[in-house]
Design a protein around this ligand. Sequence first.
Ligand code: ZN
Length: 181
Amino acid sequence: MAIQPIRLFGDPVLRTPASPVTDFDKELRVLVKDLAETMMDAPGAGLAAPQIGVSLRVFTYYVDDMLGHLINPSLDLSDDRQDGEEGCLSLPGIYFDTPRALRVVAKGFNQHGEPVTIEGSELLARALQHETDHLDGILFIDRMDREQRKLALKAIREAEWAGQATPVVKESPHATFGRGL
Ligand code: ZN
């Protein structure tokens, strides 16, 4: 087991575009394993490498009992949109409506360097967009409409973890319904 501390909002690594993976080696497989274990422990529906302080284009997801990972992703988004609440393991307890594309086709690679395509709608599509955003230094608050973002920023300022210098792993006292990403 190698559960890693999850970096919180305010950590510069979360605003840094991550580098593409070039070596599909043992180190990468350890990273994928660490991400999956940290995500399942949180618990969350997705976790991107920058959230554990590794600036590489890798994420894991766990949606509808399906555990997966994707490396160097690129996304095709549907024009259809979905609304709904979204959360992030790097902003514990912050849940606000975040518009997303309803369907996504994600292309990338698995940990062995083989090309993979993941098609998802609804929560899986939301997770794929949320995690790919993390790799570009984008957070879900950036995707909210103006009013929701204002409320979210207020909630962040009032959060007990706001401004904490050291990373802290928090466990939600109630079920997250897999919405932490
Ligand atoms: Zn997140």
